[in-house]
Design a protein around this ligand. Sequence first.
Ligand code: NAP
Length: 253
Amino acid sequence: MHAAAFAAAGWPGTYEARRVAPQDLPAAIADLRAPDVLGANLSLPHKEAALALLDGLSPAARAIGAVNTVVHREGRLLGDNTDAPGLLAALDGAGAPAGGLSVVLGAGGAARAAVYALRSRGQEVVVVNRTPGRAAALTRDLGGQALSAAEVPWARVGLLVNASSAGLGDPQASPLTPLPALAAGALVYDMVYKPTETRLMREARAAGVRAENGLGMLAHQARLAFTAWTGAQVPAAVFLVALAGGVQVPPRL
Ligand code: NAP
């Protein structure tokens, strides 16, 4: 995606993948201070551990407690979180309903970004997680209500976001079985994008409910990180087309 964005922006940059063991994170972060480095993305399990290693944090990264984007600017390393606005952009692209109750499944870093993002829009949010104590801790930090699946008033739910890793790499796994009946016009947004159709999405579509995978969010969080590093605005379509080289792209955006 970023190679395509560099080409589209006319920048001579490169984006490289690095596998970093947890004990090597401080050294890997220190490497980002090299003068020719614009920044980096962080993936599991480094998004939380990086907070203490950076020189500053955006309000979103601080509130969420997770950094997915590091920006190197004039010798300082700034931590940001583009998962939150990336999700909102993807939800807009997918035509998510504005009102109603939103349910977020999961309580890890992605769920924290989702709750922060939805709450920043004034949405009423419920968090459901396999380990209830983690959902309670999340809502204490970020607002919303932690409930068990049995307690959720599903008929009011216009947006169901899977921010758990259930379904990742496993087309038979689902974070929510059976899928309850949702409000009319509801959207199921699964942050998982491998496989491109998860069991949750399959069951939603079989019940006549719209469902999208996480490719839109992946593209938008990348687009926002690219702008933070370079200042260049590259259309989401460039990132989506690059992604389509390996995986199927959702119809809108
Ligand atoms: P994480 O911090 O490891 O959290 C994982 C969450 O999933 C935890 O709440 C965990 O519950 C729950 N979980 C794991 N296995 C489960 C299962 N079998 N049934 C029910 N719940 C289960 O991971 P993360 O960073 O938040 O990422 C979560 C997912 O979002 C991953 O699939 C990741 O790829 C995806 N993601 C996508 C994008 C995108 O751009 N599309 C961006 C960020 C993340 P417990 O608390 O009980 O352990």
